[in-house]
Design a binder for this molecule. Structure first.
Ligand SMILES: NC(=O)C1=CN([C@@H]2O[C@H](COP(=O)(O)OP(=O)(O)OC[C@H]3O[C@@H](n4cnc5c(N)ncnc54)[C@H](OP(=O)(O)O)[C@@H]3O)[C@@H](O)[C@H]2O)C=CC1
Ligand SMILES: CC(=O)[C@@H](O)[C@H](O)COP(=O)(O)O
Ligand SMILES: [Mn+2]
Length: 382
């Protein structure tokens, strides 16, 4: 029985993780649960899974939970609560399904506590990949990919194949506006941007897919998860999201991972690997129904955020932290209706232009620059 702590339980990845735990009660047990402000959904999850360690964002939320609790559990709140759930001693593995840089400190504390981490929270790897990977090596813990592309790549690699890889090929759907020109992006609405053609996901990542920043973050995520130089990471437009990613080897062979666009597949694999479990309620891929798969060379001018992310990743040091923080703030302003879609990339570009380079940043540097970058981006609209 694998004991699981889950942070970000009320989100898209969180709810699908609970679906996997629910469908395999003989394999998995939820012992720790953390969410933000969605007390109603969180409370339903608590009643169903009865975790011993619980946390939410606010004291008021924690008080509400304590009033309704029908069994004995520890209920915490805020950043400390999030960290306690992430590093909970009774858990074998942490599923990190929070959105954004907020996941960094919980990840580091979970690694320090010796837990393997199934990581969906790509922003943590983007902002502090060198710290997270060094600490995990030192502690002998594993970072197991949940992101569909990285799960696919992991499944196309095998022991000792690293030296024979010529390229990791990340596939990109193109997001909600893939068939529009840059000119046509000027007046797009939040509602339009939230309509991803293939995946049902949280709001922030859906906007990132539309700007192609999601793929940019994934390039940096791949660099850290697979210890691969940027020169060996490529992105290919593939509008069907059936091939989740590929690995090309030095002899020209390409191994690909195919499946329906269902995040429960990589989540379940991250929890069960190297074994595989029946995906209960999962649809099988019927290739005769798909008929044809399409691929296009990436246009880095059309999808400028991808170029910004590649450049920031290559520059390294503090620059990916600036990219991520500026993007998180700009996307949140877009979702609040305060800026236009194309201003997201403008704001990220401007923050990158104005930032001061710093090599080998410490955790303190990263937290400081993250906060400062958010303030700077906010000042662009005031
Ligand atoms: N959704 C998907 O299919 C995929 C997502 N990912 C990545 O996984 C991560 C999660 O994405 P997704 O599930 O879509 O995001 P959602 O926005 O749907 O969920 C985010 C979760 O994080 C919680 N949360 C947010 N802020 C805090 C906080 N300050 N303290 C505690 N909890 C907090 C939210 O709680 P609450 O709502 O209660 O406030 C919610 O449970 C992202 O990094 C994303 O890029 C990667 C691949 C696919
Ligand atoms: C499901 C998943 O992993 C997302 O990151 C997905 O890849 C988004 O799709 P695109 O970024 O390719 O539009
Ligand atoms: Mn992905």
């Amino acid at each position: 029985m694998k004991k699981i702590s889950l942070i970000g339980s009320t989100g898209s990845i969180g709810e699908q993780t609970l679906d996997i735990i629910r469908s395999h009660p003989d394999q998995f047990q939820l012992v720790g649960l953390s969410f933000g402000n969605n007390i109603e959904t969180g409370m339903k999850q608590i009643v169903e899974f009865q975790p011993a360690m619980i946390s939410c964002s606010s004291k008021e939320g924690a008080d509400k939970i304590k009033q309704q609790l029908q069994y004995t559990a520890t209920v915490l709140y805020g950043k400390e609560g999030l960290i306690e759930v992430a590093s909970y001693g009774a858990a074998d593995i942490l599923v990190n399904a929070v959105m954004g840089r907020i996941g960094l400190e919980p990840t580091l504390r979970a690694i320090e506590s010796g837990k393997d981490i199934a990581i969906a929270n790509k922003e943590t790897l983007v902002t502090a990949g060198h710290i997270v990977t060094e600490l995990s090596k030192k502690m002998g813990v594993r970072l197991i990919p949940v992101d569909s592309e990285h799960s696919a790549i992991q499944q196309c690699l095998h022991e000792n194949s690293h030296k024979d890889v010529s390229q990791l090929i990340l596939t990109a759907s193109g997001g909600s506006f893939r068939d529009r020109t840059r000119e046509e992006l000027k007046d797009v609405t939040v509602d339009d941007a939230l309509k991803h053609p293939n995946w049902q996901m949280g709001a922030k990542i859906t906007i990132d897919s539309a700007t192609m920043m999601n793929k940019g973050l994934e390039v940096i995520e791949a660099k850290w998860l697979f210890d691969m130089p940027y020169e060996k990471i490529d992105v290919l437009l593939h509008k069907e999201s059936i091939i989740h990613s590929m690995v090309e080897y030095i002899d020209g062979s390409i191994l690909a991972h195919l499946g329906t666009p269902d995040m429960r597949v990589p989540i379940q694999y991250a929890l069960s690997e190297p074994n595989r479990l029946d995906l209960k309620g999962g649809e099988r891929l019927k290739l005769w129904e798909v008929g044809a798969l399409h691929f296009e060379k990436m246009d880095y001018h059309r999808f400028k955020c991808l170029q910004l992310a590649f450049d920031a990743g290559k520059q390294g040091g503090i620059t990916p932290t600036v990219l991520n923080a500026a993007n998180e703030m700009a996307v949140s302003l877009f979702l609040e209706g305060k800026i236009s879609f194309l201003q997201i990339e403008d704001f990220v570009d401007r923050a990158l232009d104005e930032h001061k380079a710093l090599s080998s940043p410490t955790l303190e540097d990263i937290v400081g620059v993250d906060e400062e970058t958010r303030r700077i981006v906010l000042s662009y609209i005031n």
